[in-house]
Write a protein that binds this ligand. Structure first.
Ligand SMILES: Cc1ncc(COP(=O)(O)O)c(C=O)c1O
Length: 360
């Protein structure tokens, strides 16, 4: 059986280092906001070319914190892709703003820049883009709109650790960039975690308060905050894993190239943009008979996933909140299938998936 993902196998090569860090962690007796979190924050900032990086408890909180830091006027509209993971849109609602959905490009699955200006009103204050599946958005066009319209730009980098657009890391274009360290991510912790990339020290200091009840000094509370800290234990594991992120991404790119060159043209592969370095958090194909294809693969011993089965605007919780039709998003949701692409998969695993698919 070729599993879609197996988190034991994906972490097995690092177990010894994890054990040694865990031992040090236990002996330190310091479990919240200690030296490991501080070190991880600066190491991750350096790796991702971010001015500052502040850890939080999750990717969702990091998106909400980015919006809080943006200090948008009440009732502001925030543009977001219709084709994203549910959390991106939830964050806008949680922060008290109005999500305005824009359709994706059918080839890249990311927000279609040519459709952004159509929805801009005088209430539009921010654009929240998502580098979906680890594939950077088309940043040249997006930055032109951001500058022309004076929008705050937030990048949802939850699926794109290490990806770059024309030699510039994702997360360095926007005012804020939100990351998730959910265990399946390319840089995944052994539990929940996240964080925000910010441009100035002042904003980093504010965020350090916000994530900690609004406190910079013990028992003194200056702003209305949250309890959303990146756990010290997760920082220990993330420091280990960060050293392997380039290798993880390289192996995933290698698997993706194998899919690109081996798969029959009947399977629609994601578009490859010139000068862009994706990290293939997910490698999806599209096929009109997706469900039958998925069943066929399962019967041959290959597990796949669907990212995602239901369009955000069709989720029960958003009924009456997200209005409008998003046929491109629906088409992607109906036809997409994610193939195994973990860094523990062997070349032979990927070749077997390709051969099996080509026999469908
Ligand atoms: C695109 C995207 N945004 C946000 C999130 C939320 O991250 P988390 O699960 O850490 O809250 C995720 C991941 O789960 C995601 O894939």
């Amino acid at each position: 059986m070729i599993e879609y993902e197996n988190l034991f196998k994906a972490n097995e090569p690092l177990m010894e280092e994890f054990r040694s860090e865990f031992d040090k962690f236990l002996h330190s007796g310091w479990f919240i906001l200690g030296e490991s979190t501080k070190s991880f924050e600066s190491e991750f900032a350096k790796y991702h070319d971010l001015n500052h990086f502040v850890g939080s408890a999750s990717g969702l909180d990091s998106l909400i914190f980015s919006l809080i830091l943006s200090e948008l006027p009440k009732g502001s509209e925030v543009i977001v892709p219709s084709n994203t993971y549910f959390a991106t849109i939830l964050a806008i609602l949680r922060a008290g703003y109005v999500p305005i959905l824009v359709e994706p490009d059918i080839h890249s699955y990311n927000i279609d820049p040519t459709k952004i200006e159509e929805v801009i009103t005088d209430k539009t204050k921010a654009l929240m883009i998502v580098h979906l599946y680890g594939n950077p958005c088309e940043m040249d066009s997006i930055m032109k709109i951001v500058e022309k319209r004076n929008l705050t730009l937030i990048e949802d980098c939850a699926q794109a650790h290490g990806a770059s657009y024309k030699d510039k890391k994702v997360g360095t274009f926007g005012n804020y960039s939100a990351f998730s360290f959910y265990p399946t991510k390319n840089l995944g912790a052994l539990g929940d975690g996240g964080g925000v990339g910010v441009r100035s020290k002042e904003e980093a200091d504010t965020l350090r308060m916000i994530r900690n009840y609004g406190s910079a000094k013990k028992y003194e509370f200056d702003v209305i905050g949250y309890n959303s800290r990146l756990d010290e234990i997760q920082s220990c594991f993330l420091r280990v894993k960060l050293k392997y992120l380039d290798k993880i991404n390289e192996i995933k790119r290698d698997h993706a190239e194998r899919y690109f060159s081996g798969l029959k043209k009947t399977f629609i592969c994601p578009q490859k943009q010139e000068g862009v370095s994706p990290v293939y958090h997910i490698f999806n194909i599209r096929h009109p008979e997706r469900d039958r294809l998925r069943e066929f693969l399962l019967n041959k011993g290959i597990k796949t996933e669907v990212h995602y089965p239901i369009s955000p605007h069709r989720q029960k919780v958003f009924a009456g909140v997200l209005k409008g039709e998003y046929p491109i998003c629906d088409e992607i949701h109906k036809t997409t299938l994610s193939l195994p692409i973990s860094w523990y998969h062997s070349k032979e695993d990927i070749e077997f998936v390709i051969q099996t698919l080509n026999n469908f």
